[in-house]
Design a protein around this ligand. Structure first.
Ligand SMILES: Nc1ncnc2c1ncn2[C@@H]1O[C@H](COP(=O)(O)OP(=O)(O)OP(=O)(O)O)[C@@H](O)[C@H]1O
Ligand SMILES: [Mg+2]
Length: 227
């Protein structure tokens, strides 16, 4: 008898309400999701439906109001803040909708950061390769204020991929890129996922990229349904 595989992502009855004195916003109202290692999933849904909220919960950057989040068999809801930070560094790559690059660090330093945290002796070499993979070798020493929106997006993607995470969470990673560059970085992202059997949760409005995912979901009225 084979041992059942631990799902990469398992969400159950996941709810998130943002408190507000007059008007609390009930964003997620019982999200259910199970992804196996190596699954690729696109999350679609209108603006304000809670896609970024969902990714923030999965990334351990915000806490749910109620419900279960288990990643690679570990319970995120019960983890301490240092535990979450360490889990994130070891297992997650996150591409945020708003980049969240460190403004005082150069592009190269931003990409090297996750490797430095993990004390990887080859941090700088790998960071250089990561920037080169997104076509930005010539911007290594620029800080984010000296980069275009698309360049910042590519730095953010390189940073998310550089430590070869087991789970990749990406919020509109091609949103700020022209068609050609968008295809290039998405190819890179899908290649990593395939080669490393990583699990991808991709928020995208782009039908070309959602079609490349093995599964597609719609976030509507606080719940995930099949798209
Ligand atoms: N910190 C917050 N406090 C209060 N409400 C918030 C907060 N963050 C998000 N919201 C609300 O939660 C809802 C979902 O926001 P979210 O950013 O998750 O949407 P989204 O699906 O990612 O939208 P988009 O496609 O525009 O990026 C929105 O109505 C938003 O106003
Ligand atoms: Mg969003």
């Amino acid at each position: 008898m084979s041992i059942p595989e631990i799902p990469a992502v398992s969400l159950s009855a996941l709810c998130k309400t943002y408190p507000h004195s007059e008007d609390p916003v009930e964003v997620l109202k019982g999200v259910e999701l199970e992804l196996a290692e190596g699954d690729t999933a696109a999350v679609l849904g209108p603006s304000g439906s809670g896609k970024s909220t969902l990714l923030a919960l999965l990334g351990g950057l915000d806490r749910p109001t109620s419900g279960q989040i288990s990643l690679l068999g570990e319970d995120l809801v019960r983890m301490s803040e240092p535990g979450l930070a360490s889990f994130r560094a070891r297992n997650l790559g996150i591409v945020f909708q708003q980049f969240h690059l460190m403004s005082h660090m150069t592009a190269l330093e931003n990409v090297a950061l996750p490797l430095e945290i993990a004390r990887d002796p080859r941090a700088w070499e790998k960071a250089r390769k990561g920037l080169s993979d997104v076509g930005l070798s010539h911007r290594e020493n620029h800080v984010p204020a000296e980069l275009s929106g698309g360049e910042s997006q590519r730095v953010a993607i390189a940073r998310a991929l550089v430590a070869e995470p087991r789970i990749l969470l990406a919020d509109e990673p091609s949103g700020n890129l022209d068609v050609h560059t968008g295809r290039q970085v998405m190819e890179l992202l899908f290649r990593l996922v395939r080669e490393r059997r990583a699990t991808l949760l991709l928020v995208t409005h782009n039908p070309e990229f959602s079609a490349q995912c093995g599964r597609r979901f719609n976030l509507e009225d606080g719940r995930l349904g099949n798209a």
